[in-house]
Design a protein. Structure first.
Length: 368
């Protein structure tokens, strides 16, 4: 029953959606690393619900750092962050506690934990738990930024409405840094918002695709087999509720290309080796090649919908019908963007630490 990720930078999650609090422990952060609580708060704010296109549950996410930080610097010991749950309505789940909500983990969790799991709001499987990932990821993202490595995630599409892709990486990443509905084309963003509102009015939900870019990565990070750069990123990203697919660079489009189209030709750019294209998303053989890391995540529609669905009642083991009540997001794509960025930062810092050590001051010395 593992709730931990990482080899060098290690993250452990605990808590339930309607429990007392969400807790995250971040271990491996080098002593002396700056811990910016305002930055953590700003990243948590991007994950919170926004207006009518999100759940009406409102959590303040006023976190407390319980250990591992002194005088705004990491001590080098485990950093423990606690985020209280303050806006729960557990009675919403009493009438349906035996009904397996389609698309949720209710049935699979019941089989794994033999009925002892906390069913309220999805318990430990809830998207609420990602608040811990965002808090830990904010520390990692801030450390990476100070080392010259920047990243951002935008909404590539929602309900078939597409944003433009990353073009001018540095400018686009800066533009997206404080957006709660992160699109590069504001007009397409408004279309997406209308599509979400329309689905909500119909008692339904929509999904989409998130695209993430990381710039400033050196070549040579990652392992060729089981801890490949893609593998480690996928490991943590698939931990996010609702993520059902990941592709790097051209991804599944490779299947329709010829080798002459898919290859990224190498060339010199001053004293650096670069590629003329980036179909491989900055990774060859599981190892970074110094080009921008680029990948996309598919986010499924929120499974909690008002439309009536067929299910099974676990207490009677008979078919039943369910219409999910309560406070739910008609779309989680925009809120998941900050979670994807946080998980990316955790995995990138973990892999960088495996190559250069956890103290990024050594990274500066080695890479210049």
């Amino acid at each position: 029953m593992k709730n931990t990720f990482g080899n060098n930078i290690i993250v452990t999650l605990s808590g339930e959606s309607h429990g007392a609090a969400i807790c995250v422990i971040l271990d491996g952060i080098a002593p002396g690393t700056e811990i910016d609580t305002d930055y953590i708060s700003s990243r948590l704010a991007l994950r919170r619900p926004a207006g009518k296109i999100s759940t009406s549950r409102r959590e303040a996410d006023e976190f407390t750092i319980m250990s591992g930080v002194f005088n705004k610097k990491a001590t080098g010991t485990p950093i423990c962050i606690m985020i209280p749950n303050s806006d729960t309505k557990s009675t919403d789940y009493e009438k349906t506690k035996y009904l397996c909500r389609p698309g949720h983990a209710d049935y699979s969790a019941n089989e794994k934990y033999h009925g002892y799991q906390d069913y309220r709001g999805g318990g430990h499987f809830s998207g609420r738990i990602t608040a811990g990932l965002v808090a830990a990821g904010a520390i990692c993202q801030h450390a990476l930024k100070n080392a010259g490595i920047k990243l951002a995630t935008h909404i590539s599409s929602i309900a078939g409405i597409c944003d433009r892709s990353f073009c001018h990486y540095e400018n686009d990443i800066k533009y997206l840094s404080d957006k709660s509905f992160p699109t590069l084309d504001e007009e397409r963003g408004e279309e997406m918002r209308r599509a979400i509102a329309s689905a909500a009015a119909d008692g339904d939900s929509v999904g989409g695709i998130l695209e993430t870019a990381v710039v400033g990565m050196p070549a040579g990070v990652g392992e060729p087999w089981f801890d490949s750069f893609e593998g480690m990123l996928s490991h943590i990203l698939f931990s996010i509720p609702g993520i059902k697919g990941i592709e790097f660079g051209a991804g599944f489009s490779f299947a329709d290309m010829k080798g002459s189209e898919a290859n990224d030709p190498f060339r010199m750019n001053g004293d650096r080796i670069v590629t003329s294209s980036n179909h491989n998303g900055g990774i060859n053989g599981g190892i970074t090649n110094g080009m921008p890391i680029l990948f996309r995540c598919a986010v499924k529609p929120t499974p909690s919908i008002a439309k009536e669905q067929l299910t099974v009642s676990l207490d009677t083991m008979t078919d039943a019908f369910l219409s999910v009540k309560g406070r739910h997001d008609p779309c989680i794509v925009h809120r998941a963007a900050s979670v994807v960025s946080a998980c990316t930062a955790i995995a990138v810092l973990d892999m960088l630490s495996g190559r250069y050590g956890t103290d990024l001051r050594q990274y500066h010395t080695i890479t210049g």
